[in-house]
Write a protein that binds this ligand. Sequence first.
Ligand code: FAD
Length: 375
Amino acid sequence: MLSQRIFYLMILAVKHVFQRCVMACRAMTQTFFFTPLVFFCALFIQGCGKESPVENPPSLHTFTGQVMGTWYSVKYLPPATAVLSLKELDDQIHVRLSHVDQLMSTYKPDSEVSRFNRALPNEWFEVSAQTFEVVSLAQAISDKTAGAFDISVARLVNLWGFGPDHQAVQIPDEDRLFAVLIEVGYEKIELHSSELKLRKKTSLRIDLSAIAKGYGVDQVANFLDETGITIYMVEVGGEIRTRGLKPNGKPWRIAIEEPSTGQRDVHSIIDITDHAVATSGDYRNYFEKNGQRFSHTIDPQTGYPITHNLASVTVIGETAAEVDALATAFSVLGLDQAMQYAKAYNVAAYFIVKEQEGFVGKASDAFIAMTRKEL
Ligand code: FAD
C-alpha cells in the first residue's frame, strides 16, 4: 500500500514539474526573467531539445579563495591526461595570485609597491618584471586616456578615505587636497625598461588597485593555458577571463549588475568566450554627504571623485589587466569621451547611465558586434 502511495506521489511530482515546464515555456515567450524555475526549465529543455550539443557533459572543477582583499573563483575542465593533480593545479593558482598580491598590494607594507611608495623622489627603484609590466601597461593606458587612468592617485584615494591608510571617509579641505594634487601625475613616473627600474619626480605614491586584479586573472589564465587547459573561467573580485565553451557547449554567461546600491540585481546577461570582462562603477565603494555621492574612482585632474551620472562601465577585451584599467578610465572620462575612445579604438564597452527614468544602458558598436546584443 505504502509503496503504491509513494509511486503515485512521485508521478504527481514529475507531472507537476512538467506542467510548470510547459507553463514556464509559454511564459518564456512573454518575459525571460520569470522565476528561478525558468532557468531550471531552460537547462532541462536544453537537455531534451535540439540545441544542446553535449549530453552528460563532464563537470567543471571549481576552486575558490581569498586574495587582494577580495575573493576569487576559478572554474576549469581538468585535462584528460593531467601532469599535475587537481590539488597541485589549485595550489599553483593560489601561488600565482598571492605572488601578485605580495608584489603589488598597497595594503602590505613589505610589498614592492609599498616599498616604492616609501622611496625618495629622484632615486631609481628596482622592481620585478611583473610589477614593471603592470606599471608599463598602466602608463600606456594613461597616455591613451589623457591621464584619466592614473596609478599615481594613491595619496588622493587615501585622502578621501578609500585607501589602505583607512583614513576617515570625508571631504578633504581644499588646501590639503591641493597639496596632494600637485604631487600627482602619471607623467611624474619614469620607467627604465632595460634595468626594470622606476623613479618618481615627486613624493607621489602608486596604487595598482584598478589594474593588478586583472593582471592576476591573466597570470592564472596563462598558467592554465600552459598546462593545456582549454576550458576555464577565472574571476578575481569581478574581473573575469574566459576560454573555450562550457562543457555543455555553451558560452560563459556573465551578469552585468544593475548599479543600484543595497540590493544586487541583474541588469543584463552577456555570453562570452575567449575574452576578458571587467566592470567599474560608483555603486559599491562610496559615501554620501549632503545628498552628493563620493565614490572611490578619482579624477586625477581635479583630485575629486567622479561626479557625472555614468554609474557603471563594462569592458570586454583580450586581457583582464587592460579591461580592468579601461573600465576605470572610462568611469573617469564619462559617457561621451569614453564612447569616443571606444569608437576610435574599437573597444567593446557597455555603459549604464543614471537618468531621471532610471538606469539606461548604452553599448559601443564593438560591444554590439561582439555580444550581438544591443541590450
Ligand atoms: P576598480 O574600478 O577596478 O578600481 C578602483 C580603484 O582604483 C580605487 O579604489 C582606487 O584604488 C583606484 N583608482 C581610483 N581612481 C583611479 C584612477 N583615476 N586611475 C587609476 N586608479 C584609480 N582591498 C582591501 O580592502 N584589502 C586588501 O588587503 C587589499 N589588497 C589588495 C591587493 C592588491 C594587489 C590589489 C590590486 C587590490 C587590493 N585591494 C585590497 C583593493 C581591492 O581588491 C579592490 O581593488 C578595490 O576595492 C577596488 O576594486 P574595484 O574593482 O571595485 O574598483
